[in-house]
Ligand binder design. Sequence first.
Ligand code: FEO
Length: 398
Amino acid sequence: MSFKVNEHVTWVGKIDWELRKFHGEELSTHEGSSYNSYLVRGNDKTVLIDTVWGPFAKEFVENLKKEIDLNEIDYIVANHGETDHSGALPELLREIPGTPVYCSKAGVKSLSGHYHEDWNFQPVKTGDKLDLGGKELIFIEAKMLHWPDSMFCYLTGDNILFSNDAFGQHYASEHMFNDLVDQCELFREAIKYYANILTPFSKMVSAKIKEVVGMNVPVDMICPSHGVIWREDPLQIVNTYMEWAAHYQENQVTIVYDTMWDGTRRAAEEIARGIGEANDDITIKLFNAARSDTNDIITEIFKSRGIVVGSPTINKGMLHSISALLDIAKGLNFEQKKASAFGCYGWSGESVKLVNEMLTDAGFELINEEGLRMLWSPDQEAVAAANAYGNQIGKALA
Ligand code: FEO
């Protein structure tokens, strides 16, 4: 499969309809994904930008041969070394050895580290150009968006920004343009992608966008390396990224709990009721961490101004679905969000203190330093305490 992006650019990637986990088993991809590779033809030179994930290498090269005689590819650009984009380089470079591979300086390290091949690397930095005849490809380093080696490139004349992972979505669609797909699906996947992958790099996202906007070049299209191409109002995703990068919050609180014998679940539901009684504007969402998709919960946390986290005590600790979630949250480095803890116990009762410690360590501001601890299954008095605790949280988030 291939299709024309415009007169000079052809998409030659792979739509991965079946992908359900990415980064090993770390990230859920309910809607599949795509690995976008672009063939750009100038008047004199032809360049291939990125390839596809390794399992599709043979299919990719065979497909590419239907589009072009491989010997007519003058240059390869590897905007990023992660193997979902570089995975077909070994297969391709066996066919056209010696073809120059343009990448960032860190890209040489990354590609060498992944493949241990002596390829014809041509390291580039921001502002370096490739003359294709009638148009140029300008390189823009994009360090930590989201790896040290990440890079964008901009095609003059056609005014296309090839942004690699930035502005992408794990979203397989037969309609590969933003104006042809369901907008709710598109933005649901775009925000999940940002929340789970780009949140820790938000400061770099803002700075890089300001740098690119400061170049004062027209952008008619943004071609990311995953998901659909932004051709209708392409700057909408740039502006949305600026919002997401600036401590994004909706008027939402997310309650996440796990439970053994339903005590902590009952408390979660009463806390939800208490929040709603004290704050009738706020959207309240409630998840059992063990039964819900972790990355979907992370997306809800990203959207929230506060979270409430509950676990009963087990073996002097907390249930592992909660500790794992909080460990992921710490890595994502959320900022300017409030949090509160609760949980049931039968005897030692350490979980709430430990949840509070993990929340603090992850950068959340505690609404209540003590949290809510409930001995045994909540009785009428404990249910009233959970409701009052919810009231306090609802007011704190107003
Ligand atoms: Fe899509 Fe960072 O790889």
